[in-house]
Ligand binder design. Sequence first.
Ligand SMILES: Cc1cc2nc3c(=O)[nH]c(=O)nc-3n(C[C@H](O)[C@H](O)[C@H](O)COP(=O)(O)O)c2cc1C
Length: 196
Amino acid sequence: MVTVVGRQWAYTNRHHRRSEARAESTNRSGVLRMSADAQDFKNALAHWATGVTIVTTCSGGRHVGITASSLTSLSLEPPQVLICVARKLHTHKAILESGIFAVNILAVEQIEWGMRFAGLIPEYEDRFAGIDFTTAATGCAILPGVLGWVDCALRHAYESGDHTIFVGEVLAAGSQSGAPLLYFNRQWRQLSEERL
Ligand SMILES: Cc1cc2nc3c(=O)[nH]c(=O)nc-3n(C[C@H](O)[C@H](O)[C@H](O)COP(=O)(O)O)c2cc1C
């Protein structure tokens, strides 16, 4: 069963002030607070190093997907992950419609897929072109050679701001060794060989 928790929790009341991307909001206990400047917020979060995944889903027989760095391991019993997806994206709608998604953790050699599924290579009309993907439990695309993958049934969807947190129960998973693709400070990165 999927629970969609949405606007009833959205206590945010935004007032744009001149051209500044600042907002005042009231939280549940009625305390007024000032949201951070949008650029300060983006700069701060740019310093959070992440891995890079491709989130896939299959709705109406059509495979779609996006590059996403918002993967978090959520629960062990039952095994669950969460991803955050922008509500404006077609993949967002497709996940809600299908109730399934898969997350593919990219290896450093797969940087082109990271760019492609972020829409940074516009000439790809079909983002899956030339990718010989397989499927596991749900029918979502599992990309070849990825370092890890989880295939999920959607359990919860929590709307917040302009994104939705999708919680998926992991029905199947796989992994293999290799070097991860990373994203840090608006750049694609790789691990150094040095261990600390
Ligand atoms: C490294 C990286 C990580 C990203 N992570 C996310 C994410 O976690 N959630 C999300 O909604 N979009 C994320 N994006 C942006 C989406 O990939 C992008 O908006 C989407 O593919 C655009 O699709 P469209 O061209 O169909 O609009 C990320 C982009 C990059 C480059």
